[in-house]
Design a protein around this ligand. Structure first.
Ligand SMILES: [Zn+2]
Ligand SMILES: [Zn+2]
Length: 382
């Protein structure tokens, strides 16, 4: 058996901290993408830039099957308070989700695999704009999978609370769908003293809100998790307390872990709104905005990811709870069988979790993460 090439962890740690120091928001990752492309070209890979703006894909070409490995590159619009020597130098921008680490891990894996190529083709996918700006969808729409066909695709995220040499690889749902909905109850505005002369949308909105939780509670299978929250409510004018307004606007979020429950939430929120509107003699305009599908790990891809994780870590768990957050890796998982795994980030330092102003990727996770990426490519292509 061939001894795998060893990544230069000291150099990669320096790179990771440089990326941390220079965070860039979604679709603005020009410096980061430039560094990524330059390093990948230096390895002799075929490199394509400018995919969906700042996306980069590098290909290590072989014969037979092909696999896609995804890293996200963007930071968040928030200040950093970590006090680290390599803290963000850009006010109001910060790598608070560890995507600086994800970018570095995949560059490290490209070094390892380029030095000792696997049997098939590896596409290293560096995605822009994971944090709510639609980078994955934009890459798919830019023809990612037509230009770089993948038999399987894998994603990875750092996870505080797990040790830096620990991984969680779990079949099935990992992250929830993340959708928005908007609703307008439209009635006939009238004098607050003469409700019988109009049609009151405020009372209809009250009925709707009090019935909304019957969808997760009474309609969706109790063994299937789901969340519906009304998060915005607008009606009338606080300076006009004798006026029943013409309309009420309500908006919120909906989360599910399967495409079926997601469809059900879309349908049922609308059904409830139209039903209550009809009962109250007003009308409802309803709009459900599909943002990110759930991330659901394919059984075959998960098996491959698990074998890869177990080959590089003695500390792999297969029971880890799904997150109600979302990741637009889900769009890649719709195009090819995929698996999304968790890499430990060590204990939460001072309680800092993802999207906290003190968060930092743990460089001690680099060796395990890089070894995993290389191993999963080899496993998938064998
Ligand atoms: Zn995030
Ligand atoms: Zn993230």
């Amino acid at each position: 058996m061939q001894q795998p090439a060893q990544p230069d962890i000291a150099a990669l740690t320096a790179l990771r901290r440089d990326l941390h120091r220079h965070p860039e928001l979604g679709f603005e990752e020009h410096r980061t993408a430039g560094i990524v492309a330059e390093r990948l070209r230096a390895l002799g890979l075929e490199v394509e830039t400018g995919i969906a703006g700042t996306g980069v894909v590098a290909t290590l070409r072989g014969n037979g099957r092909s696999v896609g490995l995804r890293a996200d590159m963007d930071a968040l619009a928030m200040p950093e308070t970590s006090g680290l020597p390599y803290a963000s130098e850009t006010p109001g921008k910060m790598h608070a989700c560890g995507h600086d680490g994800h970018t570095t891990l995949l560059l490290g894996a490209a070094e390892v695999l380029a030095a000792d190529p696997p049997a098939g083709t590896v596409h290293f996918i560096f995605q822009p704009a994971e944090e709510g700006r639609g980078g994955a969808k934009a890459m798919v729409e830019a023809g990612l999978f037509e230009r770089f066909p993948c038999d399987m695709v894998f994603g990875l995220h750092n996870m505080p609370g797990l040790a830096p040499d620990q991984m969680a690889v779990v079949v099935g749902p990992q992250l929830a769908s993340s959708d928005s909905w908007r609703l307008t109850f439209r009635g006939i505005g009238t004098h607050g003293a003469k409700p019988h002369l109009g049609r009151d949308p405020v009372t209809a909105a009250g009925q709707f809100l009090s019935a909304l939780q019957t969808i997760p509670g009474r309609v969706v299978d109790p063994l299937q998790p789901s969340v519906i929250s009304a998060c915005s409510l607008r009606a009338g004018d606080p300076n006009a307390l004798n006026v029943i307004p013409d309309f009420v606007e309500i908006g919120g979020t909906a989360r599910a872990y399967t495409p079926e429950v997601r469809d059900q939430l879309e349908h049922e929120i609308g059904r409830l709104a139209h039903g209550i509107a009809s009962a109250m003699g007003v009308t409802a305009e309803y709009d459900y905005i599909r943002r990110i599908p759930p991330v659901v790990n394919d059984a075959g891809a998960t098996e491959i990811a698990l074998r890869a994780a177990q080959s590089v870590s003695d500390n792999v768990i297969t029971d880890f709870p799904p997150s109600t957050a979302g990741d637009d890796f889900a769009f890649f998982g719709q195009e090819a069988p995929g698996a999304y795994v968790w890499l430990g980030n060590g204990p939460a330092v001072d309680g800092a979790l993802h999207h906290n102003t003190g968060y930092d990727f743990n460089d001690q996770a680099l060796p395990t993460g890089i070894a995993f990426w290389a191993a999963v490519a080899r496993e998938a292509l064998t």
